[in-house]
Design a protein around this ligand. Structure first.
Ligand code: UD1
Ligand code: CA
Length: 486
């Protein structure tokens, strides 16, 4: 915990406002559940707030609340939910949260908006520190375009006097570029008392949380403003802003890993979710998406053109043009191009899954190779084994999946069908084009295909005059000539 408050002496309650409709999203999905970089907006806020060491967290829900509750009860089961039946304003929403808690909590209340995912835990730390011993602190920023936001009005001494909503502002106030982020820390008792006095005589006929600031100042309490960068306070109202905050978050995460020693060749086409871990000296080439619990170790190269989800890439591995989900790519292994690794794929040290190879629930031993055009499902393959081009592990009988075991240093011939369940012994071979339905003992070769027969002059008889027939005739006469000459 990095915040300056002693949480036992001055406990912190977090309130996240998420009851609004989000009309401009034009969506069946509640606004706070729209994703940026793999996580709903509100979960970015919850992750940033988690570092504040709050005693409890209340999310105020309203529109689309069934969906919001369903999601959060799975991902953040410890948070509390307060329902705001009708959206009478941000002040009303905070009152609903306090009512949900029963008694007004001791200590301080940190209020956040569920649709502003770029807030950082450092911002929240500063705000909590600033509020210690005073009535409230407000996070503000100077915006290039302050339209729509509440303006920060300061007195002659430069102290925060009040917050005026855009709809209620005078022309002079509209010219102010310092705005309210919608993130505050309040002394809980003072907040409860001020909220009971907030009216609705404003342009929107709502109970504004921002009015609490003016009330606290009128009561003689100190309110501090903490200024942060404009990006950190951006909220999402429409899909264009959704994409914009996604880009800001992407750049932040990319910068973080670059400073940690990762080479990222093309930041603009590199999308790394906040749950991903990279080691120094990993190299990420253009057009790569790393999601979920993916890790990339030192010396490994990923890209170009890869999507890796919940995948472990070990030291010095190389992964090119690959989609992988739930795979483990061992040290020095090579994958791609055009390769699909599905859950349960495990590649050993130096193993290879080459071009147009799909694997699922399959272990490839150290230095074993599946170089080309194969499907490997439900299999265990020993070290040093080579799987010839176009081999299929026939794992599905139409009802159940079955497992295939291929031993060490095996050579599977091209275009072999390994019909599971089947076991190929260590050092065995299969002939190209075999359909293998029975176990092959160690050191044996399985030949499981019909013998070839050639029907002489079939083309000359059945396709007379065709280009094939002409080519065959020309070839036999030139053969005759050359045999005469020798
Ligand atoms: C609010 C602030 C404004 C600030 C801006 C920052 C007020 C009156 N104004 O304006 O000063 O610059 O945020 O983005 O607070 N919500 C509820 N219940 C309600 C109303 C809102 O839960 O009844 C939630 C919304 O879902 C949203 C947040 O509160 O997450 C902010 O509400 P919104 O209506 O977007 O406020 P703004 O007009 O943007
Ligand atoms: Ca808003």
């Amino acid at each position: 915990m990095t915040h300056a408050q002693d949480s036992s002496a001055n406990p912190l309650t977090v309130v996240i406002l998420a009851a609004g409709m989000g009309t401009r999203m034009k969506s069946q999905t509640p606004k706070v559940l729209h994703n940026v970089l793999g996580l709903p907006l509100i979960e970015h806020v919850l992750h940033s707030a988690a570092a504040s060491g709050a005693a409890s967290t209340v999310v105020v829900v309203g529109h689309g609340r069934e969906q919001v509750i369903a999601r959060l009860s799975a991902t953040f089961p410890e948070i509390e939910i307060a329902v705001q039946e009708s959206q009478n304003g941000t002040g009303h929403a905070v009152s609903v949260a306090l009512e949900h808690l029963g008694e007004t909590p001791a200590g301080s209340v940190l209020v956040l908006a569920g649709d502003a995912p770029l807030i950082t835990s450092q911002d929240l730390d500063k705000l909590v520190t600033a509020q210690a011993g005073v009535g409230a602190s407000v996070l503000t920023a100077h915006l290039d375009d302050p339209a729509g936001y509440g303006r920060i009005v300061r007195d002659d001494a430069g102290n925060l006097a009040e917050i005026v909503e855009h709809a209620d502002a005078t022309a002079a106030q509209l010219a102010l570029d310092e705005v309210n982020s919608g993130v505050y820390v309040f002394d809980a008792q003072l907040l409860a008392s001020a909220l009971s006095r907030v009216g609705t005589s404003n342009a929107q006929g709502q109970q504004y949380l921002t009015d609490v600031i003016g009330i606290l100042r009128a009561d003689g309490h100190i309110v501090r403003a903490v200024v942060t960068q404009q990006d950190n306070i951006l909220g999402v109202n429409d899909r264009q802003q959704l994409a914009h905050v996604g880009r800001v978050l992407r750049d932040r995460i990319v910068t973080h890993w670059q400073l940690a020693g990762v080479t990222i060749v093309d930041p603009q086409t590199t999308w790394i979710e906040r749950s991903v871990t990279l080691e120094a000296d990993a190299i990420i080439l253009p057009n790569v998406t790393l999601s979920g619990s993916t890790t990339v170790a030192a010396g490994a190269t990923v890209g170009p053109d890869c999507s890796l989800t919940d995948t472990q890439v070990d030291r010095d591995a190389q992964v090119v043009r690959t989609t992988a989900i739930g795979a483990v790519i061992g040290p020095k292994a090579t994958v791609g191009p055009y390769t699909y690794l599905r859950p349960g794929t495990v590649l050993g040290t130096g193993a290879k899954a080459g071009g147009f190879v799909e694997m699922k629930n399959a272990t490839l031993g150290d230095d074993a190779k599946v170089p080309h055009l194969s499907y490997v499902g439900d299999a265990t393959i020993g070290e040093g084994t080579n799987i010839g081009a176009a081999t299929i592990f026939v794992n599905y009988d139409g009802v159940d999946k079955h497992h295939t075991v291929v031993g060490k240093h095996v050579r599977i011939g091209s275009d072999t069908m390994l019909v599971a369940p089947v076991t190929i012994g260590d050092g065995a071979y299969t002939a190209a084009g075999s359909v293998v339905t029975e176990n092959v003992p160690p050191g044996a070769i399985a030949v499981a295909r019909s013998r070839q027969r050639n029907i002489m002059d079939w083309v000359l008889r059945r396709r007379p005059g065709s280009t094939s027939a002409q080519a065959a005739v020309a070839n036999s006469s030139s053969n005759t000539n050359s045999s005469e000459g020798s």
